[in-house]
Design a protein around this ligand. Sequence first.
Ligand code: HEM
Length: 106
Amino acid sequence: MVYDVTKFLDDHPGGDEVLLSATGKDATDDFEDVGHSGSAREMMNEFYVGEMDTSTIPLKQKYTPPNQPHYNQDKTSEFIIKLLQFLVPLAILGLAFGLRFYTKAT
Ligand code: HEM
């Protein structure tokens, strides 16, 4: 049985949260566990929409991850920049020492 409880959310004595948590699925157990009164069962008729062929419900809903923005998976350029950040100062230092050594010798 399918019920549309959108207009009942504000009026449900058990609150809207429990109703919302029971949407889009078989809420029979949730409903029965509360031990709803006879009048609650009568009220349900107001929100009755129809029947559903439960055999058409997929047993497990397939999770399809939302489309992610395409990140640059190629980390090579990042690695080269890091390497250069390390090597360039080292090269300058080496050059400075080299020059100093060279100018002293001559
Ligand atoms: C169309 C469906 C529903 C109707 C018409 C309905 C109606 C009611 C009514 C009239 C009450 C007051 C107590 C009573 O008379 O039994 C109530 C209480 C409550 N209902 Fe519902 N209900 C519905 C669905 C649900 C569902 C699906 C859940 C759980 C997921 C739920 C959880 C509760 C809770 C927790 C209370 C409070 C019980 C308490 O404080 O003792 N109800 N509901």
